[in-house]
Design a protein around this ligand. Sequence first.
Ligand code: E4P
Length: 221
Amino acid sequence: MKIFLDTAEIEEIRTAARWGVLDGVTTNPTLYAKVGGSYDALLAEICKITSGPVSAEVIAEDVEGMLTEGRHFAKLAPNIVVKVPMSETGLEAISRFADEGIKTNCTLVFSTNQGLLAAKAGASLISPFVGRLDDINQDGMTVIRELVEIFALYDIKAEVLAASIRHPLHVTQAALAGANIATLPFKVLQQMVHHPLTDKGIVQFRKDWDEARKAAAGKPA
Ligand code: E4P
């Protein structure tokens, strides 16, 4: 499963890239609002850090507006993927982008049928929001599992991207459900690195090593 970072924070993206675990980045208007500045400049910077897909979300709600914004984003870097919300106009824009060879990520997907339609319209990435579904007492992972199964049954090329990930268990569950990608807040990525027994083990090994070296230094050669 590929791991994307769900952030617009450049330093977080640089860190994940240095760790060797970064396959791409997703942004959205809320994540952008946390950092501000020029969205174009931010996207261009992110695309320099990773050669993986970088999602840039359109704000327009009409087809022509979405196309104008998406074509503009697509010119910023070759790895830009235009993020289009699931809607009637969104499907039309996705279909038009596909005709133009511009890759899209259909966002705000909350049902298997929405994901199926987005894939048929030509989206490369389909983003079910797992956490927001869990928040309303629906099992978000079911949408991931069903889309993975349907895409395999009908040989549909779109990739299932588990979005709105809230904790490390979601990542494991998405991987087991067959998600092609999970996009994670940086905090969840950090949580995945750590385990109390690992941290305790590192401290103990260091202590034992230091004591052994001290003892060795006191002994004649
Ligand atoms: C990513 O593409 C989505 O926009 C993001 O995962 C949404 O996450 P949230 O539900 O935590 O806002």
